[in-house]
Design a protein around this ligand. Structure first.
Ligand code: MRU
Length: 367
């Protein structure tokens, strides 16, 4: 992704191989700030407090966290010490399955090694490979999703109107994004697209991140209040919805940012395709019922009661209700598979059901 004429990814290992840098997403779009971390606990806090966020990026950040833990682990307590750090990391956020996959995947590799040097190398290889895999997953999702946008454009010859929720863009991944990858590719191929960006209360990932990153790439986009999508759909102003996922069950139920379910209901009622860009690293192969089984993050009520914005040059926080107001803040909801038109994965497009997913990922069937 290009920001101010420079290519960035959202996370990278520095040359000294002892620190990892990230873009601090809490500050966007008002400030583009890069931070570096040298220990696992810093990465844990960065995930918890959403300096880094979005399922694929959370997974990659966690893998680097395990790597940093391995550097600092004492030789005489190597694996238990890393396991202890990994255990804490695991609880940073509950919904995105990428976090668990990355930590377990890295620990599995580490546990096969018998010296500190080899453990560190295994953790580093794992993190770097996962980072590359996520970039490639998004690139392939872009290629497959592009066909859907092309088909729509051929049908009407008019700019393709896409609605998205939250930020499933390059900021949520390492590069390209999941939901945004087909949009970037369509735009780069000269297909006119326009994106309706849900503001995504309470943290406003749409307003603060998606609108910004689409604009950086020159994609026409319009910010809408979260409740606007249904109206747009009723008036033929949306051709398709594309969202990301934090965890998708083997049966095709999709956990994504709170409010996604309502968009899927409106899309169904208006016969508008509802696509979920789902890399395999966000598919939980052990779950069959999203509503019953996917843990939904509950965050601080302050995120609902307070709002941050810029006033002149100063970033300010204001209270938006009365002082005694109570709030509840569920971070995600589950869209049942029946409302999902298709999943766009790195291996192709499939129906949101066990048969469709297993056909693309037959090796996962027995997991
Ligand atoms: O709470 P967030 O900002 O981490 O939630 C992110 C989302 O819901 C994204 O849509 C999801 O992680 C998919 S990212 C490619």
């Amino acid at each position: 992704m290009i920001v101010n004429q420079k290519h960035y990814t959202t996370i990278w290992l520095n040359e000294n191989e002892r620190s990892v840098s990230i873009i601090d997403q809490r500050k966007l779009p008002f400030e583009f700030s890069i931070e570096s971390f040298t220990c696992c606990n810093q990465i844990r806090l960065a995930i918890k407090e959403m300096w880094v966020r979005g399922a694929p990026l959370i997974g990659v950040a966690a893998a680097y966290g395990v790597y940093l833990a391995s550097i600092h682990a004492p030789e005489n307590d190597l694996i238990p010490s890393i396991r202890n750090a990994a255990q804490k990391l695991l609880h940073a956020r509950p919904t995105a399955i990428n976090l668990k996959f990355a930590i377990h995947g890295s620990m599995e590799k580490i546990c096969r090694e018998n010296s500190k040097e080899r453990v560190i190398q295994a953790a580093l290889d794992y993190a770097e490979n996962l980072r590359n895999q996520e970039i490639e997953n998004c690139r392939m999702i872009g290629i497959h999703g592009l066909d859907l946008i092309k088909t729509q454009y051929k049908k009407t010859g008019k700019p393709v109107q896409i609605l998205t929720h939250c930020n499933a863009g390059w900021l949520a991944c390492v590069d390209y994004g999941t939901a945004t990858a087909p949009i970037y590719m369509a735009h780069d191929e000269g297909i006119p697209v326009h994106v309706w960006v849900d503001e995504t209360r309470p943290r406003n990932q749409g307003a603060r991140l998606t609108a910004w990153e689409l604009s950086q790439h020159g994609i026409p986009n319009t910010l809408i209040a979260d409740n606007t999508g249904g109206h747009l759909m009723q008036h033929q102003m949306v051709d398709m919805v594309i969202v990301g996922t934090d965890r998708t069950t083997i049966t095709g139920d999709v956990a994504n940012k709170i409010g996604t379910y309502l968009k899927a209901l409106a899309a169904k009622d208006n016969n508008i395709p509802f696509y979920v860009a789902a890399p395999s690293t966000s598919i939980d192969w052990s779950l069959t019922d999203g509503v019953k089984q996917i843990p939904i993050e509950k965050r601080d009520e302050k995120e609902v009661l307070l709002m941050e914005g810029i006033n002149g040059n100063t970033v300010e926080t204001i209270q938006i209700s009365h002082s005694e107001c109570k709030a509840v803040n569920y971070g995600f909801d589950v869209t049942p598979a029946r409302l999902v038109t298709s999943l766009i994965t790195e291996r192709g497009i499939c129906k949101a059901n066990e048969e469709g997913i297993s056909c693309l990922f037959p090796e996962k069937k027995s997991c």
